[in-house]
Design a protein around this ligand. Sequence first.
Ligand code: NAP
Length: 310
Amino acid sequence: MLQTEPATMKAVRFDHYGDIDVLQVVDVPIPDPAPGQVRLKVKAASINPGEASIRKGLLHTRFPASFPSGEGSDFAGVVIKVGADVTGFSSGDELIGFTNFRASHAEYVIAEAQNLIKKPLNVPWEVAGALPVAGSTAYAAVRAVSLKAGDTVVVSGAAGGVGSIAVQLAKRTGAEVIGIAGPSNHAWLNAHGVKPLAYGDDLSDRLRAVGVTAFIDTHGHGYVKLAIDLGIDPARTNTIIDFDAAKQYGTKAEGSQSAMNAAVLEELAQLLASGDLEIPIAATYPLAEVRSAFRQLEQGHTHGKIVLTD
Ligand SMILES: NC(=O)c1ccc[n+]([C@@H]2O[C@H](COP(=O)([O-])OP(=O)(O)OC[C@H]3O[C@@H](n4cnc5c(N)ncnc54)[C@H](OP(=O)(O)O)[C@@H]3O)[C@@H](O)[C@H]2O)c1
């Protein structure tokens, strides 16, 4: 018997700014791919702190929402339908990608073909769906501080979604890597050749003793000023979150916007496939439990990524 495609899908929506409870999983029409676009069945889509900030209205000036709003950038999934002019992908392909239209926290997603890459077969869905935002952000942050052998770089938030990838990419440059993280993450950092350092009152003194040459901040809350106080060159300090401090001290502030593209995703996906990069998965939740997923994320101590799965 012929399988007919459903006309509607479940998708996350919110119709005003607010706390986690504004998130609803509702039925909406399944969109059709325009020329140059692809429709995929979403197998895995990670959640990111920026989505929580947008939902709360904290980024209204930079990234306003229009209501009802969807959410989600990252995904990995299976091609259902390709639009006109799409070459290189066809029905049934397993892909990794991103959308800039706040739409991946859903059963189906539309993406521009240029924002898609093939998922290596041995990369699990939840890892693939966690890659785009955190991976490209970590890539941009590491690239921004120009690491080489002989450098010592500090990464704050070293075991979080972005930090856990950044420390591994930083290690690959030959630099010594110090990761600032809570004690529960120290074993994981040690296992990846990263020297763990707990955050706390005397952090500045402990870092001063080390001779740091570069700083990657993924946490905010004063780490840019700490880097400047340590005498680190602003051109070798990058924050992905504290844009006011970056402006004040003249540091870099490169993130996903400068690296979220197919070429970077391909490079990172190959590292995942060869076992040279790990994305720790803290938890997975079905789409219907999106509120629980954000409740965990917003505790602020995620090790790696939290992913919505089908
Ligand atoms: N600019 C961009 O393109 C871009 C892209 C992605 C994310 N971001 C932003 O970057 C930030 C990090 O994102 P993420 O996805 O990595 O977040 P995440 O996965 O939620 O990571 C949070 C991490 O922060 C750590 N942390 C908590 N308190 C800390 C402290 N006092 N000092 C140092 N680390 C501390 C936690 O470590 P412990 O568990 O060890 O305490 C946890 O690993 C968010 O603010 C996000 O909005 C920006």
